[in-house]
Design a protein around this ligand. Structure first.
Ligand SMILES: Cc1cc2nc3c(=O)[nH]c(=O)nc-3n(C[C@H](O)[C@H](O)[C@H](O)COP(=O)(O)O)c2cc1C
Length: 168
């Protein structure tokens, strides 16, 4: 597992290879397996295949431009934010779900990049409109997906600084 964690990178350049529907479903399954506060049902995933939608979403923010080149994307949402047991932990729940998707993508040699949406109101409003979400649905993030141009896109970037880890 640490091998996959170490080689996960934000990958923003993709080739034309199609990601299969079954791999896309596997990525969402990984997201659904993430922990959540009081095991609440806080997450759902929208697989975005439509190129026109990807183009519209790429305009949400400067950081979303990667979607112009993406093969597919996944929107990470909360399906019913008002119905949650612990609403104030929804960001943590959805962040954990995103990371699971990124790690499974790396495991399948699919390049991925987290595109931040929440808590930026402007991005959330724009994204919700493009994806036609209802009032109860909360758009947390988009994940851009595609096979990298070459496998060197997955590499170990050393972020491990001993002083950031302490025992007490
Ligand atoms: C909350 C969050 C929001 C992010 N938003 C964007 C974004 O909008 N566009 C983008 O290209 N990358 C985005 N990233 C990816 C970061 O830029 C990236 O994780 C960071 O530069 C470290 O690189 P690495 O993922 O390869 O380790 C985001 C990451 C996180 C965790």
């Amino acid at each position: 597992m640490l091998d996959v964690i170490k080689k996960r990178r934000s990958i923003r350049d993709y080739n034309d290879q199609e990601i299969s529907k079954s791999d896309l479903v596997t990525l969402c399954e990984a997201g659904l397996m993430a922990p959540s506060a009081r095991n609440q049902n806080s997450k759902a995933f929208i697989i975005i295949e439509d190129k026109n939608l990807l183009k519209q979403l790429s305009k949400i923010s400067p950081g979303a431009r990667v979607l112009e080149k993406a093969n597919k994307a996944i929107a990470v949402i909360c399906p019913d934010v008002k119905g949650l047991l612990t609403e104030n932990m929804v960001l943590e729940d959805l962040g954990a779900a995103c990371e699971n998707v990124l790690l499974e993508a790396t495991n399948l040699n699919i390049g991925s990049c987290w595109i931040g949406i929440a808590p930026n109101e402007e991005r959330m409003t724009l994204g919700k409109k493009i994806l036609n979400l209802n009032d109860n649905e909360f758009l947390f993030a988009l994940i851009s997906l595609g096979y990298p141009i070459d496998d060197s896109a997955f590499y170990f970037k050393d972020k491990i600084k001993k002083e950031l880890i302490r025992f007490m």
